[in-house]
Design a protein around this ligand. Structure first.
Ligand code: MRU
Length: 347
């Protein structure tokens, strides 16, 4: 399988390169972000998306700010850098990885004594964030692969693949690792209304790797489960608190259905997605523009004046989850769940 690199730093032009995820599958285009504003726009437009990729974007964003702020006074420079970092971290609210990536680089540069040092340290740390994400995805992929039977049809929602990370993927990382280990895996990708990350992105990257994939309307998932056509569900996550998993809207619906059909429901996500500070009620769920729901293929699908709620994520209670898969192992919900995992230093 040829590795995709969703997001990277171009050292010659000191800019961030992204695969434009709004154009797939029709065209494969690279966006070059030379400024923090352009990167923030890319995040808001979902040109770069998916929690781990947002973490990397946040980290590179701070490096980009460090290189592009033109100010000679160190204190003023640092102040401008912190405001830029805050703006990047707030570009989207639900995926914790974004602010995590920003804060990780900010923490490293606090001890730097000069502008030049800030730049060097920021870039080094951002690159470390990207490299660690790739390693985490391969590792959690291997842990997850061990959970799957020799032959298995996996239902997934949204895109938790290479395009949502630096490479390999979380939910799709498990699929890729299982296939590499010789298992016979096929994927049912829910199309993921309204922006079709499942139909456009998951199907595109799996087809590229010649992994069998079939796209279904989101509303067909319960039917397929009832017919015995799904062996397990694997999704990624945007944030995991001790009481809930936040992921693309529709995930909760799949978890409820999986529970009622006795189908294992796995969540694959690296530590950068864990939020040990907040609980479900404290998390803002992003609501996006009306037009994303009210237009389809250039046509208006909802009468003017009719309100729309374009809720982009939902929260699935931990009790509906069979196991959390991360780069250090698998956490089962029995016996104390997250608290126990913390004690054993799994998270
Ligand atoms: O709005 P998006 O496309 O950024 O939403 C992405 C998801 O919900 C993914 O499932 C999640 O980030 C996990 S990515 C490994």
């Amino acid at each position: 399988m040829k590795a995709l690199e969703t997001i990277s730093w171009d050292k010659d032009t000191r800019s961030v390169l992204l695969i434009d995820q709004t154009k797939l599958p029709l065209s494969y285009r690279i966006i070059r972000c030379r400024t923090v504003d352009r990167l923030i726009t890319a995040i808001r437009r979902l040109e770069v998306r998916g929690a781990p990729a947002l973490g990397i974007a946040g980290a590179y964003g701070v490096a980009l700010a460090a290189f592009t702020i033109r100010e000679r006074d160190f204190h003023h420079y640092f102040h401008l850098l912190e405001s830029a970092a805050l703006e990047i971290g707030n570009a989207r609210p639900t995926a914790v990885n974004l602010s995590w990536g920003v804060l990780r680089v900010l923490a490293k540069i606090r001890l730097a004594g000069s502008i030049e040092e800030v730049r060097v340290v920021a870039l080094k740390e951002a690159q470390r964030v990207a490299d660690e994400d790739a390693a985490a995805c391969h590792s959690l992929g291997d842990y997850g692969a061990a959970l799957l039977p020799e032959t298995c049809t996996v239902l997934t929602h949204c895109n938790a693949g290479a395009l949502a990370c630096r490479e390999w993927g979380t939910a799709l990382g498990v699929v890729r690792s299982a296939i590499e280990s010789g298992k016979n895996i096929s994927v049912i990708a829910c199309e993921t209304r309204p922006l079709l990350q499942g139909a456009r992105l998951t199907a595109w990257e799996l087809k590229r790797d010649e992994i069998p994939v079939t796209v279904i309307p989101d509303s067909a998932a319960a039917h397929m489960m009832r017919k015995g056509e799904i062996d397990c569900v694997i999704v990624g996550a945007d944030r995991i608190t001790r009481d809930a998993v936040f992921n693309k809207v529709g995930t909760y619906m799949h978890a409820v259905c999986a529970k009622s059909h006795d189908i294992p429901f796995y969540v694959a996500a690296p530590f950068s997605t864990y939020d040990r500070v907040h609980t479900e009620q404290e998390i803002e769920i992003e609501e996006r523009e009306r037009d994303e729901v009210a237009h389809f293929s250039g046509h208006t699908t909802i009468p003017d004046g009719v309100p729309v709620r374009n809720v982009a994520f939902d929260a699935t209670p931990i009790s509906l989850i069979t196991a959390l898969i991360n780069e250090r192992g698998v956490i089962l919900p029995a016996s104390g769940w997250v608290e126990l995992a913390e004690k054993r230093r799994i998270i």
